[in-house]
Design a protein around this ligand. Sequence first.
Ligand SMILES: [Zn+2]
Length: 682
Amino acid sequence: MDKATKFYITTPIYYVNARPHIGHAYTTLVCDAIARRKRMLGVDTFLLTGTDEHGQKIERSATAAGMTPQQFADEVSAAFRALFDKMNIKYDDFIRTTEPRHQQGVQELVKRLQKKGHIYKGKYTGQYCVFDELYVDAAGPGAPCPECGRPTETVSEDNYFFKLSAFADKLLKLYEEQPDFIRPETRRNEVIAFVKGGLRDLSISRSTFKWGIPVPGDPKHVIYVWLDALCNYCTAIGFGAEDKAAQEKFNRYWPPDVHMIGKEIIRFHCVYWPAFLLAAEIALPKSVIAHGWLLFEESKMSKTRGNIVRAETVIDVLGNDALRYFLLREIVFGQDGSFSFDALVQRYNSDLANDLGNLSSRTLTMIARYFNETVPYPSATASLKKADDAVRQQAETAIAEFGKLFDDYQFSRALEAAWSLVSSVNKYLVEQEPWSVADREGQENRSRLATILYTSAEALRIVTALVHPVLPESTAKIWQQLGLGDISKFDLATLKWGQLPLGGKLGKIIPVFPRADKSAIERMTQLEQERNSANAPSPSSGTATASAPAAAAPQPTIPAPQGTQTQPAAAPDGKISIDDFLKVELRVGLVKTAEKVKGADRLLRLEVDIGTEVRQVVAGIALAYEPEALVGRKVVLVANLQPRKLRGLESNGMIVAASVGEDGKPVLAGFLEDVPVGSKLK
Ligand SMILES: [Zn+2]
């Protein structure tokens, strides 16, 4: 087969230290949408995903959870597969780094590096961040990790080193000659600056724990988890395998066309990985694309902040397509984007239920009613009106624009291009009033009606085909309702105006996007809470719940959904250091004004004097406190939180409250003695 007709795309393999959340879902569904379009275009596509299961952090988390590392990895890896199945992700393979095929391939690659003289034995003394599984060369003992701010650990052990320093020039040449190797541009500049800053040799083995792949020839050492993990991209498709079929697969698909990653792991993919491949003399991937972070109402979604949202929750209430559409349409791909239930429901209603849903149901219902469920023949006698031609032209533009933008990873703009066609056709229907034309007698009116309905049905067919990779489930239904059968058999490369078969019989018409009302948000909030309590190891008593954040989102704050194993890797027992605690600035504040926030039952807007300034804080305590009862009251404020926006209001800080009873009623923290405004708590 022709190499040019293959497309190999990978997600990162997900570290099993954390259960899957919407961030993992985002990366994966982006890749799924890309892969679906390629397949529709007739390209031999291979989508790889999987889980990264070795390393010190996993060993520690497993111990803390009272499991073996393998049991631990099995459980979390299964959770990822279950999520991707629920999300209807069409991956071609799911690699686990604990599989023999992977271990064998990794050892083969390391052997090549050894044989070619790129590895030497030395002693590493320096700092290591277990959370990021990252060597932090520049930091001194006890210094925080520059990536995540957590304390680093001093390691001093015999290690094998990879001569990374020898590859700086080759890497810079690669970035120069292959500008698409790193996308977007901002990330590319970041990487170039990092490499120009000088590269040190990289320790690629650890000897103080066991959970990893042994170094060939020296099994007391395990291979550095990042080297191990990165190799999945080649081991999954047969690198290092002995059987012929696997080798052929490798020859067919290597090198990858796209490694899709989050921006936080750019250095591993754009510096270390190509250096390993250059050293092993294996062809390099064509491009690494880094997307931004998914924020929850403007703040970073993280276990630490406890504001993680599950993809399952959105899927259960609004369906897969709603989640996919929202994330691809709302977020400018490559940049950080914000997720909120409010925005999700709004998008769903306006774009899916209203725009596309209405176009589909109006057009199909009228064809059913006026033409006995049969696609009408557009008028051949009466000449087309300008408006009919305009729709056709817009459809042709949409085909071209959507393809160009989508293939350039500008998903949001691609969808905009498709939706501008949807809006035009809806407007066309309103202006042409087919329902009035249908009321008028005569052959001329009948033929005009046929033209209008054919034109809108054909435009609907084109939009449906274009957005199928993004909305696979609902477009499959619309396609059937148009009487076209199985959409997955459609050859997208042939898409053009005029292919809707005349006289074709429609399928059964059912609404595809039922409108979501306010209860959708409540149901999602409810589900998140249920899932949190189901997942909680055992409600940790006392301190953990006594300081539930009261500056809640319109939904009560989404608490950390994971079990013990997913606590940020501070100490294995889940405790944090005094330094970590001291990072939180708690101050006594005096409430100056308080008022309800319009349209948000739970929220109050407060102005709080903290001695040095007056802060605006939005707090989720309206169900428990009347605004007037709060004025003049002293409260405890977390003063150094990043500001975030709630209902358009900036909230600068968080009021500390106990969370009481099953429904988590907030009770404000206070003092028995009088304390001056602005006092620091420690
Ligand atoms: Zn770190």
